[in-house]
Ligand binder design. Structure first.
Ligand SMILES: *Cc1c(COP(=O)(O)O)cnc(C)c1O
Length: 374
């Protein structure tokens, strides 16, 4: 029950074990790859075409920065969490100047504050934003923020790795130029694949570069014409993509009931109500992501003790956090396959026992959760 990697359904594992063709040479694979990318786009109502890259989610973030950044480019890095500021490292690595704009980490990015800043300073080639900053669990309004940035002709890069498929990222009219997702969070496939969509404006900026992109793996241009040329920049991990395709089918089937996002919302709100009823304090004041909940460690207890008892006695893995939140909070992931009432209920029951045993006066969480979700 961590915020990713998440549990993988049997049919996804089986699909990865099926025989496969040669993905470099068999034209049918190009059709399969293209169809899979299109299904991702349709599932999240994306505006721009998707590509599947061979590499864990971080690859998309670095590829966006590598492909857009030229020496001396100014890049606005929006930061109200942990991954937010992390973009600055990629920007600098590729020769850009990262201007980090910090916001209150206990709530979603304040759009008025951003607008005011942009009135004074807006000569940025692009801006980076994290939709759900997983270590703190904050969810930013990507659609609104990107539309504000676009008014100033600033390209936008959004890390939606831990929100995509668990909540709406932004619809088909959104101003997101490069949108990054990954396989191992709410899609519930093993880690190893990056999903990235690229706008024509972003491609135009790459075409207009005076210097070549100083990476091969992180060069998004190498994927642009793969279908017409029947050529991938490197051999595609076909078994991983077979698994991904099965996971997409699982989500498409759920979509029939129209409720992947509603299910995540319901469970997340139930978890928040339960934790509060248990006398615990949530880290955030507002901007709660429906994919992960972040809770302060009660006074006198340590994160390590809580995680260890959850693991050893109850065989349930929850997570601590890192960066500025290390040791201060624990996190329950409820995304993808983990976003089930049965899983979350068992987690809360175990947490109740764990906290009580460790000496904390924990209130009844499970019945509050049950009442809310039923
Ligand atoms: C998981 C995640 C990534 C991918 O990085 P990991 O190596 O899996 O930690 C990127 N961005 C966010 C916001 C994530 O939650």
């Amino acid at each position: 029950m961590t915020p990713g990697p998440t549990q993988i359904r049997e049919n996804v594992l089986s699909a990865r074990a099926l025989p496969a063709t040669n993905p470099d040479l068999d034209y049918e694979f190009f059709d399969f790859y293209k169809a899979t990318c299109e299904r991702i786009g349709k599932l999240i109502n994306a505006k721009h075409p998707f590509y599947i890259l061979s590499g864990e989610g971080i690859l998309g973030l670095e590829a966006a920065c590598a492909s857009l950044t030229e020496y001396g480019d100014r890049v606005l890095v929006l930061d109200n969490g942990e991954y937010g500021g992390g973009f600055a490292d990629f920007v600098k690595m590729y020769g850009g100047e990262a201007v980090v704009l910090k916001f209150d980490p206990t709530k979603e990015i304040d759009c008025d504050e951003l607008s005011t800043f942009l009135e004074r300073d807006n000569t940025f080639k692009y801006a980076t934003l994290v939709h759900c900053d997983t270590p703190s669990g904050v969810l930013n309004d990507a659609e609104r923020i990107c539309s504000i940035l676009k008014k100033h002709q600033i390209l936008t890069v959004v890390d939606a790795v831990s929100s995509m498929f668990g909540t709406e990222v932004a619809g088909d009219t959104s101003d997101i130029d490069i949108l990054c997702g990954a396989s191992q969070k709410a899609l519930s496939t093993p880690p190893g694949l990056t999903l990235v969509s690229v706008s024509t404006d972003a491609y135009a900026a790459m075409d207009a570069r005076k210097t070549p992109i100083s990476s091969y793996y992180c060069n998004l241009l190498t994927f642009r014409d793969y279908y017409e040329k029947k050529l991938f920049p490197y051999t595609m991990p076909i078994h991983d993509i077979q698994g991904l395709s099965a996971a997409i089918t699982n989500l498409e089937d759920k979509r029939g009931d129209g409720d992947i996002y509603t299910q995540h919302e319901l469970i997340a709100e139930g978890v928040r109500k339960a934790l509060v009823a248990g006398n615990l304090s949530l880290f955030l004041e507002s901007g709660f992501s429906p994919t992960v909940t972040v809770c302060k460690i009660p006074q006198g207890l340590t994160c390590e003790d809580i995680l260890r008892r959850m693991n050893d006695t109850h065989k349930i893995m929850i997570a601590g956090s890192f960066g500025f939140l290390e040791g201060k909070v624990f996190r329950i992931g409820h995304m993808g396959e983990n976003a089930s009432i049965v899983n979350v209920r068992a987690t809360l029951l175990a947490l109740e026992e764990t906290l009580t045993t460790l000496g904390f006066a924990c209130g009844d969480m499970v019945s509050v959760f049950d009442d809310f979700v039923h």
